[in-house]
Every structure is written in C-alpha cells, then in structure tokens.
Design a protein around this ligand. Structure first.
Ligand code: SF4
Length: 692
C-alpha cells in the first residue's frame, strides 16, 4: 500500500488528504491536517476517489483519442499523432479563413490545476492570437470578481477560511455552506460555539439557518433591496464607521443618494420580511467586533449579480468591517480550482495575476516573456463563455475548444446549447469522461485525471497548495498541458515545458503577487496565500490591513444601485419560481461523483424537485411522486420532494441529473455586466405526470 498527498478535487475549501493506492488502484482517502481541514473531510472528500479507477458507473473514462472525420460521421479511434495533427490543421485553417477571434476556448476549474490552465491561456493568446478564453466562473462567481474589482480592487476573498472561526459575526447571503463547502460550514459551527452571531439571508431554511441568530427568509430575487435597506439602517441609526469612510473610501455622497430611498419599511413587500428583522440584522452586523459576509450563487446567479456584489462590498466598507483581522468579504468559490482558473488568466479581459489585457505595458511584458512582438498579443477583450450561443448564431465563433467542462449539463437552456455545439464548424473536447458535451465533439482528447497528475490548486481563500499523482495515467491519456503544447508546437508556436515546475516558475515570474509561492514552500502541507510577493514572505490571510485597497487611489469605491425585479416573474401559466441548487453528494456536472460507488448510491435519477407542501397540496402532488416540471423552455420528469424548508411559491432543483435536468428549463438571460446567467430565478410549474 502506498499513500500520496493531494488536495480534494471537489470544492474551494482545499482540504488536504492522502490517496491510498493498492495494486495500481486508489482504494481509500485519508484526511490530513491541512490548514483549512484540520484532519477532516466531508462525504465527497472521503468517498469521491474511485472515479479515477474507471468504474463505468455513469460513463466510461476516455482512454484513447478519437476524431470525427466529417460532420455526421461516427467518432473513430486514432493515434495521438493523427488526433493532434488533425486538430492543429483544422484550427490553423479556421484561424486563416476567419481570423483568430473566430476560435473560443474554455478552461477547467476542476482537476487539471493551475499549470494546465496557464498553458492553455498561453496557447490561446500567444499561438491562436485571441483573448476568447473563459472558465466556469462565468456561470458562478464572475459577478464577485467584477464587483469586488470595481469596489475594493481585488476579485477574491479578503479573509481566510480559518478566519471564519474567529469572527464575531458571520452573515451568509445566498450561500448554503453545508451543501457547498461542508468544511467551511464546520468553521461556522465552531465560530457559533465560540459565541459568534450568525445571520442567514436565504429564502429556504438551509442547514445553517437552524443555528442562526437571525434568519431573514427573504423572497427570491430581492437581494439588492435587502442590502440597501440594511445599509439605510446602518446610516440612519448612526452605526457606520465614519472615520473609516473618510479615510479609506470615495463616492459616499453618490452612494448615499440611492441608499436613502431604501428604508426597511419601504421594502417589506419586496423582501417579504418585517422591517424590524432587517434592522435587527443590520445592527447585529454593524456592531459586532469583527464581521464577515460570505456569499454564494444566491447572490451571483441573478441578473443584478454585479450590482449586489457592489452593495455587499460597500456595506462592509461603510460599517468598517473590512481591512481588519477576521473582518471582510468572502465569495466562497464553488469548484475546487475556480479561483485558480481566474488566477491563471482564463478570463477574456485579464492575463494571469489579474493583469489587464487592455494595458499596453502588461502586453509588452507577456510578449517579451513569450518571445513575441508586443503587437502580436490582442488588446481586444474576448468573448465570454455565455456569449457562445449568440456568437455561433451570428457566425462570429466557428470553433470551440472545451477543456474539462460540460456546458450541455451546466449551462442554462440546454436545447439552445445543444444547437450551439452542433452548429460549430469545429469542436474539440478534452476531458476525462465521455460527457454529453464531449459526445458531440469532432475531436476527443483523453486527459489524465486528478490522481494521475500533479500541480497547484488555489483554494477559495487565495491559498496555493500542491497536489501530486497517486497512480499512472490510464490508457493513452496525456497530461493536459502536454496536449496544449503539442498542438501549439504543430501550429507554429513551439512550447517545450518538461514538467509542471517549469510552468509554475514562469507563472511566478510573470505575476508579482504569486512570486513567493514556490514549489518548495508548498511541499507537503505547505500553504501559500497570495499576495505573497517575496520568497521569504508569509502570505496574506487578511487583505487590506494597511487600509489601502487595490484601486488606483488606494480607496474603496462605494457603489449603490436601485433594485429591479428579476427578468421572468411568475404568472398564471408559470406561477412558481424555479431556483437551481446543489446536491450535497454530487459535484458539478456529476461526471466525477456519478462514477464513485458510494456517492452514486446516495441518490439516483431522476433526482428531485423540492416543493413546499402547501404548493404540492394545491396540485394534488404526493411526496416521492413522479411529476412534470415545465417552463417556457421545455419540460422534464422528476420526483417531488415535499419539503417544509422550502418557501411557498418557489421550487428547487439541481442541474446534475441526466434525466430531469433542470437546465432544460432555465433561461439564457444574463447579468449584463458579468454575463452570468440568472439561474436562480425563472418561472415554471409542477404537475402530476397524469395531468400533462
Ligand atoms: Fe473536499 Fe470541499 Fe469536502 Fe473539503 S469540504 S472534503 S474540499 S468537498
């Protein structure tokens, strides 16, 4: 038996573990005393390793390259040389014929790691010549990145995961840590045991609401009205930190102009909660010694996602709850390396290290390092992932390179996404499983899995940690970074990395705030929280402790906006709000957890729609009964779960099932500032299968 130290691949909590290997198979996972998990793992961490062994429970591992020689033909097995030559030739032809901006790429925020993502964005920018690169943050926390950069200058958590435990007040907004990040939820429970006050703002009675001092069971889609009313209370009741506002912020007068129009009494109908409860929550947050606001996709997957993040950051600033130990803002990132994908510049407007593509000095620096004339690097912001359907429809995108994502499962309005993928002139998918997305590709490139390669992940709190390989690659699988560099070399831009360390050292050289995070520092349980500009430095658990924000003048910019109603409100035909959520035992598109024996047994197709018993009774629906859920986009069959914790007037579904997939029902409407879909709010109805 051998043991190999790694980092859990299932969420941004970054839990350290050992993989136990026997006869070439991973047979167990053991928790280690990592900085965030302290010897604990949740269900997914403990039971989510055997997909690497190719269990074929849901879908088989990809073991050989395949190509489709013409549209409509079957995928056929080929050699690596043939697959790579074919890919390089077709991409070169499309670049030549339509220009570099006709090609779009998306990176993986899951198992591959930062080195693979860095090489992919380099291939995109230096070889293809476009900034059309994005990652799944577009579907989740892009509004957090944009909203925080606009206000405080850095699009990441300003606190650390262990810091949750030390805060005296924790406000959770549209965030269910027990389902998304159980190890973060554990920190919140421990904080509560030490005397912290907990405020939960969520339409459902989520697990953390049970230990909350105040649960604001708000109406779906009312986030911004609630935050504005809390800010109003803090100002009106003299609870703001005037000295902090004067010394460290700008834009106060303009911010206040909007906020003054939101007394809690005026938004009771919108929020669905008595004004006094809103006031009480505002007092609790503002008067605590240290307060953290943690949020999830309940904030970001809304049409006003960026505006809501502006409101959160501004609330923290006016209350003086940022820039002090265990005080700050915490967008808790979902996928294990989605922070890393953003760190590595898998974004259409940013190079690695959050350096702007529009900045000529930044382009000159990267061009020099990559052996190119500066004018070779595009200064044009690229397409976002959610632009793909529109870009294919209007003919501006001809080729799409999908790296480790499953947009047909995870993006809204699946029928539209399927049409999009089928209408591409050329479609490459590089993955570890034959997902529904990959089955439509013209080229299928089998990559090594987590457990078969090494690298660096970034946890949600900006901490870099190394992970290692436990078993050799299956079949003919290649490392992701090797695949990109082989295609790039064939397309005339040679890359010759020999290992991930060489790639990581290039990242460090090009990104000053990552420079001190060497492989040596991250050996074993090593943990390096950026910014870490010096080799001797300690890293930075809490940002802005010197009172200086990452903005051009060092001051936080206060921003406020009026609340507006969500796009598709319930009506007579579709009287219920449909909100997408997560299944605690499954992860993302389920290709990994669905192939883990223990996790696959927890729940099976076709999943559930969670509905309040009042709404179920009106429709004569019983618990566990098969039902139709239908919207303007389509209808799916699933099981009803009668659930008192769900608010009347809304239903909740996960997007992880192949049968009963809620993204057949969601709509492709996005926040105009971030391009993030409004997955938390569309309208639908539910009926017994005999009634439709
Ligand atoms: Fe893995 Fe997240 Fe669970 Fe930790 S909390 S074991 S990182 S899924």
């Amino acid at each position: 038996m051998e043991k190999h130290m790694t980092v859990c691949p299932y969420c941004g909590a970054g839990c350290k573990m050992n993989l136990v290997v026997e006869n070439g198979l991973i047979v167990d996972a053991e928790p280690l005393h990592g900085v965030t998990n302290e010897g604990n793992l949740c269900l997914k961490g403990l039971s989510g390793y055997d997909f690497v062994n190719d269990t074929k429970i849901l879908t088989p591992r990809l073991l050989h390259p395949m190509i489709r020689r013409r549209k409509g033909a079957e995928l056929e097995r080929v050699t690596w040389d043939e697959a790579l030559d074919f890919t390089a030739q077709r991409l070169s032809e499309i670049k030549e014929k339509y220009g570099p901006d006709s090609i779009m790429l998306t990176g993986s925020s899951r198992g591959p790691g930062n080195e693979a993502n860095f090489v992919m964005q380099k291939f995109t920018r230096a070889c293809i010549g476009t900034n059309n690169i994005d990652n799944c943050a577009r579907t989740c926390h892009a509004p957090s990145v944009i909203g925080l950069m606009d206000t405080i200058g850095s699009g990441a958590m300003s606190v650390s995961i262990p810091g949750f435990e030390e805060a005296s007040c924790i406000m959770l907004f549209g965030y269910n840590p027990a389902a998304s990040h159980p190890i973060v939820a554990r920190r919140i429970v421990k904080a509560k045991e030490k005397g912290a006050r907990v405020i939960v703002c969520d339409p459902r009675v989520i697990e953390t609401a049970r230990i909350a001092d105040i649960h604001i069971q708000m109406k779906n889609g009312s986030n911004l009205a609630l935050l504005n009313a809390m800010a109003f209370t803090i100002i009106e009741e003299g609870l703001s930190d005037r000295a902090f506002i004067d010394a460290h912020t700008s834009g106060y007068e303009a911010w206040l102009e909007v906020i003054q129009q939101y007394p809690p009494e005026a938004v009771e109908d919108v929020v669905g909660v008595k004004a006094e409860i809103i006031r009480e929550a505002a007092r609790m947050y503002a008067t605590a010694e240290s307060s953290i606001i943690g949020w999830g996709m309940g904030v970001t997957q809304q049409r006003q996602g960026v505006h809501t993040v502006h409101a959160i950051a501004s609330l923290a600033c006016i209350a003086g709850k940022i820039g002090k130990p265990h005080c700050g803002v915490a967008p808790v990132r979902g996928q294990n390396n989605v922070q890393g994908s953003c760190d590595m510049g898998m974004l259409p407007n940013l190079y690695p290290g959050y350096q702007k593509v529009e900045d000529a000095k930044v382009r000159a620096k990267f061009a020099k390092a990559w052996g190119l004339p500066a004018e070779k690097l595009s200064n044009k912001e690229g397409f976002k992932l959610t632009d793909l359907p529109h870009g294919v429809r209007d003919g501006s995108i001809k080729a799409f390179y999908n790296f480790g994502e499953d947009p047909l499962q995870t993006e809204p309005d699946s029928a539209d996404m399927e049409k999009t993928l089928k209408n591409l002139e050329f479609f490459i998918s590089q993955d570890i499983f034959m997902t529904q997305t990959t089955a439509l590709a013209d080229v299928v490139l089998p990559a090594t899995s987590w457990g078969e390669h090494e690298g660096v992940f970034t946890a949600s709190d900006r901490s870099f940690q190394r992970f290692t390989a436990a078993v050799p690659p299956k079949g003919e699988c290649k490392h992701d970074w090797e695949i990109f560099q082989e295609i790039s070399t064939r397309m005339g831009y040679p890359m010759r990395y020999r290992n991930t360390k060489e790639i990581w050292d290039e990242v460090r050289e090009l990104c000053p705030q990552f420079y001190g995070a060497t492989y040596e520092r991250m050996e074993g349980l090593g943990y390096a929280q950026w910014p870490i500009p010096d080799i001797e430095g300690e890293g930075t658990p809490d940002l802005y402790l010197d009172g200086s924000f990452n903005t051009f003048d060092g001051r936080a910019l206060l921003l406020s906006h009026h609340w507006s109603a969500p796009t598709e409100e319930p009506d007579e035909g579709y009287p219920l709000v449909l909100c997408t959520v997560r299944e605690v035992g499954h992860y993302s598109c389920r290709s990994m957890t669905g192939n883990c024996k223990a996790l696959a047994q927890l729940a099976d197709e076709p999943g559930y729609v969670h509905i309040n018993p009042i709404d179920a009774r009106k429709r004569d629906i019983r618990d566990e009964e098969l039902v139709w859920v239908y919207s303007r986009r389509g209808k799916v069959i699933t099981r009803a779960a009668l659930d008192e914790r769900v608010n009347p007037g809304a239903v909740y579904m996960t997007y992880q099932w192949w049968v009963g997939k809620c993204n057949d029902l969601t709509m492709h409407v996005t926040d105009p500032l971030s391009g993030t879909p409004e997955d938390k709010y569309s309208s639908c109805d539910v009926a017994s299968i005999g009634d439709q």
